[in-house]
Design a protein around this ligand. Structure first.
Ligand code: ADP
Ligand code: MG
Length: 698
């Protein structure tokens, strides 16, 4: 038996060096093995041949069997097209091509029998099929019996005549060469217990399904395997880490925590906050190193939970630090935490890129001596120059800009790795969390502090601006404050800023009774701070801003947020922005303003925003609409998203199923010695070697 992984694609018949190089570059296909794992994205039922007298212009793809009666070239310039009159004896249709006319006339012969496949439509009262697939009847062996595979291709591939059809042919050649079964990649007991199709059979059927049922089984087997190894990899990694490192034990809750709880805490904790704090206490008291993900919707009170966890660290003689993704957010946390700890004599410092010189030196040396108890900052806090006297807990706000590999860097900050609490402001769908952060335990704050009224969200077209402004005037009269947000996207920063400036002037004209302030990312810090101050203090009633306010401000009196060009924002961004209102006791509104012309997907996005305030529901919807690859931040997360066949938005149940299986395997065979599992560890090792993303966390 030959080894598919080392067999170069260029030696496959019909490929050669030139096409091989296109396959290398466009799809990363180098070996026959790579090719076999390039799966179709759809299948078309070619088991039925239609008669021409049966078809009309409303049908999906169909196939016909017949002959070309004659060719004709019509039109001039870009209208020029080749028409073949095609008949099966029951009627005539026109096959139409706009490109490759010369080539086609030479290729297809009159009065020879062909199978034509395409989508019929009606033009000038005649049925035609544009750019159909055409095969000689004798060539239609493999797929004529049923489902035909369709493969994604790129423009460059098409230019090298590597269309879906060509790939199908190559695949057919490889499959024919598979005289012996390929080595199995799952253990016999898993195959038997979960009724999985053997690997070779699955690979053949994924490309050339014998029937729909075989296709279903092949897909299931391959998805199962793919998700299973993602989970096994992550769980195995977490287990190894647990065995290698002990965690610091925070034995007690002491004076710091108790004083805060009795004297400083301005309200009572919600049930969810209490529950999560208990989960955290259990972790940090257990002797294992905590790695916990704290999920909670905007405004659910995560910061407070983080702070109280840090106080437990202090009670046990440790320092704590908190990391935020941006300076604005770090500043905000610093302000909030200093305020909450007022009068408690705990030294809290802020360390960001803009803290320099003497000030920075002081902070660094006082960290080392242990005088600084809590450090808040940006990624600056994990630079090599920062060393602690006894770092016990790290809180990371907004995980998804902070991958597994970066988290690992934190562990070098003390003799044993500190406990890690990761907070996400954007809730992540369960399926995604399990793949992204499968090595983390998860806590969820699923309850908002009492007294919050859900924000009412309205979608409005920009031609109704007058009535919109009327209601804004009314809100201002009642003493409320208003945000007006403009998009800011990097590529068109100049245009965006112009929009913002024009918007600002326009708003000033429309609301002569108001003081209007303005904030955007390009401003000097001092200027920005001053504008912010105007709004926070209530001197300004309207703030015109870009998304910098997404994380920046907390003004309970602001009850209306107008988002201009809302179609240009992602769902999670809209949700974050909306979280800036609804913080006070009044009914709040979020108005999404767009033009009338919207893409279908955009319309769906806005509908979701109007329908629900639930961040988890929004995140799920986002995942379904856009797919996991596009979700904010996932690219940097350091986790494989090149899933070949499984789809996180659809295969959530299967993911949970295989995770339980992977867990039980690791539980039953923690050191990896059971003979039945040998195949699994070997396969895992091979995958880690070939998968760049996996390598970074192993
Ligand atoms: P998150 O970071 O989860 O978006 P925050 O921690 O910023 O939310 O909390 C939002 C607001 O709710 C803050 O003003 C905070 O002081 C307040 N808050 C937090 N917990 C409670 C609680 N138990 N009761 C009342 N208000 C709370
Ligand atoms: Mg927060």
């Amino acid at each position: 038996m030959f080894d598919l992984t080392t067999r170069d694609i260029k030696y496959l018949s019909g490929v050669g060096p030139r096409r091989a190089s296109v396959l290398n570059k466009e799809l990363g296909i180098y070996s026959l093995h790579d090719l076999l794992y390039y799966f179709p994205y759809k299948y078309v039922d070619r088991s039925r041949i239609y008669y021409i007298h049966e078809i009309d212009g409303t049908m999906p793809y169909i196939q016909l069997k017949g002959e070309v009666l004659g060719f004709e070239t019509v039109g001039e310039g870009r209208q020029r097209r080749l028409i073949a009159h095609f008949s099966d004896g029951t009627g005539v249709v026109d096959l139409v091509w706009f490109q490759g006319i010369k080539y086609l006339v030479g290729k297809y012969k009159i009065h020879r029998e062909y199978i034509v496949f395409g989508k019929p439509s009606v033009f000038n009262g005649r049925i035609n099929i544009a750019h159909p697939d055409i095969d000689e009847v004798s060539e239609m062996k493999l797929s004529s019996i049923g489902l035909q595979p369709y493969y994604n291709t790129t423009e460059k591939m098409k230019r090298a005549f590597l269309n879906s059809h060509a790939i199908e042919k190559m695949m057919g050649t490889v499959v024919e060469q598979l005289n012996e079964p390929l080595p199995e990649t799952l253990s016999p007991s898993i195959l038997v217990e979960h009724h999985l199709m053997p690997l070779s059979e699955a690979l053949v059927n994924i490309h050339f399904p014998a029937n729909p049922d075989a296709l279903r089984k092949a897909q299931y087997r391959l998805k199962f395997e793919e998700l299973f190894y993602v989970q096994l990899n992550i769980l195995r990694y977490a287990r190894e880490r647990q065995q290698r490192y002990r965690g610091y034990i925070f034995e007690k809750v002491g004076d710091v925590f108790n004083t805060f709880y009795a004297k400083n805490l301005p309200f009572s904790l919600t049930g969810a906050q209490k529950r999560v704090l208990k989960e955290i206490r259990k972790d940090v008291g257990s002797g294992k190193q905590m790695n916990r993900l704290l999920q909670g919707d905007v405004g659910s009170g995560k910061t407070l939970v983080a702070l109280m966890s840090m106080l437990i660290a202090l009670d046990n003689g440790f320092q704590a630090c908190m990391m935020a993704p941006t300076e604005i957010l770090a500043n905000q946390h610093y302000g909030t935490i200093c305020e909450l700890l007022y009068g408690m004599n705990i030294r809290v410092e802020l360390l960001t890129g803009s803290v320099k010189g003497k000030k920075r030196e002081n902070i660094l040396s006082d960290l080392q001596s242990g005088a600084v108890k809590i450090l808040i900052g940006t990624h600056a806090v994990i630079e090599d120059t920062v060393s602690f006297s006894s770092l016990g807990l790290v809180v990371i706000d907004e995980q998804h800009r902070f991958g597994v590999a970066q988290r690992a860097r934190l562990w070098t900050k003390n003799v044993q790795p500190p406990h890690v609490l990761v907070m996400t402001a954007t809730p992540i769908p369960r399926t995604l969390a399990m793949t992204l952060y499968g090595d983390l335990d998860v806590s969820v704050i699923d309850e908002l502090p009492p007294g919050r009224k859900p924000v009412t969200t309205i979608h409005q077209y920009d031609n109704r601006r007058e009535s919109l402004y009327r209601s804004v005037h009314k809100q201002v009269e009642e003493g409320r404050q208003i945000y007006i947000v403009y998009p800011l996207i990097k590529e068109s920063e100049k245009i965006d800023l112009k929009n913002l400036e024009e918007g600002y002037l326009h708003v000033c004209e429309e609301f002569p009774e108001c003081k209007v302030c303005k904030v955007h990312g390009k401003m000097k810090t001092a200027e920005k701070d001053e504008q912010m101050r105007l709004f926070v203090s209530g001197e300004a009633q309207i703030m015109v801003a870009t998304t910098v306010i997404e994380v920046g401000v907390n003004v309970p009196n602001a009850s209306v947020m107008i988002i201009e060009n809302a179609e240009r924002f992602g769902l999670s961004q809209l949700h974050q922005l909306r979280g800036r209102v609804g913080r006070g006791a009044d009914q709040s509104y979020c108005i999404l303003v767009t033009s009338y012309k919207l893409a279908e997907e955009t319309r769906k996005r806005l509908e979701i925003m109007v329908r629900t305030n639930d961040g988890f529901e929004i995140a799920e919807a986002d995942l379904k609409l856009r797919g996991p690859g596009d979700l904010e931040g996932t690219q940097q997360s350091g986790v494989a998203f090149d899933l070949k066949i499984a789809d996180l938005s659809r295969d959530g149940q299967l993911l949970q199923h295989v995770r339980r299986i992977a867990e039980s395997i690791i539980d039953n065979d923690p050191t990896g010695i059971l003979p039945d599992n040998e195949i699994l560890w070997r396969q895992l090792k091979a995958l880690r070697k070939t998968n760049v993303n996996w390598a970074s966390i192993s």
